[in-house]
Design a protein around this ligand. Structure first.
Ligand code: AMP
Length: 252
């Protein structure tokens, strides 16, 4: 596996793969990799001949009071996981390479971004669109894979690709959960053992007939940002202590 921190090296490797008629698959991540990310990589390997995974903790999708500094980072471990998953190329750009004109969002997310996450993280989807668009510009993939765990994000990215008339297929990968049904997330690393027990109740509550914010609070969560149905899914964001979890299930 090649590991690049420089776009020119990456662009050359992708160009060589394209010249050999390979279909390029791309999985953008923020690292602290787990089996959820690996399922996206595996889908990439099924759908493409040459798989690029980026690791970049994107500053524009964090508000000043959010966990950008504390976000878990373990590059060595991530690289060895990607080697094991037979990824062709890992791309770990610097902030300057992604934001050569200064760290700011330069794209506005569309309709799909309205409500839900944006009510609580108004900066978030402009940041996501900006970084994903910039990464697409560098990687030039044929297909890119996003997790349904971040369902609204998947919808926002699909809309952005259409609006920008990019010729990139966007695939949604199923949510990977632990044996208790908790959706895997890099942020689960913040949870204490007691908090983990509470977190594991969320998916069960969401699958109830008519779950209420109160049911989530009763289960031990401290705050519910939203629980709402859209796109045939029931989506929720809730806090345990300082950790914010999101999840979604098919709406019944
Ligand atoms: P992140 O590193 O959190 O930005 O996530 C990178 C990609 O992995 C996004 O497309 C996420 O939706 C996806 N992802 C994260 N956790 C999971 C999971 N448990 N199941 C499926 N996809 C996931």
């Amino acid at each position: 596996m090649d590991v690049f921190d420089n776009q020119n090296d990456l662009i050359a490797a992708v160009a060589a793969a394209k010249k050999a008629d390979k279909r390029i698959g791309f999985v953008p991540t923020m690292g602290a990799l787990h089996d959820g990310h690996l399922s996206l990589v595996n889908m990439g390997r099924r759908e493409a001949d040459f798989v690029v995974v980026s690791i970049f903790v994107n500053p524009t999708q964090f508000a000043p009071d959010e966990d950008f500094e504390a976000y878990p980072r373990d590059t060595e471990r991530d690289i060895s996981i990607l080697e094991g998953a037979k990824v062709d190329c890992a791309y770990l750009p610097s902030v300057d390479e992604i934001y050569p004109n200064g760290v700011a969002s330069n794209l506005q997310a569309g309709e799909a971004a309205k409500g839900l996450e944006s009510e609580f993280r108004p900066h978030f989807f402009d940041g996501v669109c900006s970084v994903v668009h910039r990464l697409f510009e560098i990687v030039q993939p044929d297909v890119a894979i996003f997790g349904k765990k971040d369902y609204q994000q998947l919808m926002v990215v699909r809309e952005m690709v259409k609006a920008q008339r990019l010729d990139i297929e966007i695939l949604g990968a199923p949510i990977v959960r632990d044996v208790h049904g908790l959706a895997l997330s890099s942020r689960n690393a913040y949870l204490s053992d007691a908090e983990l027990k509470v977190a594991r109740r969320l998916n069960l509550i969401l699958k109830h007939d008519r779950p209420t914010p109160n049911a989530i609070l009763k289960a031990g969560f401290d705050k519910v940002d939203y629980i709402e149905e859209r796109w045939g899914r029931r989506l929720c964001a809730a806090w345990i202590g300082k950790t914010r979890l999101i999840d979604n299930v098919p709406a019944s």
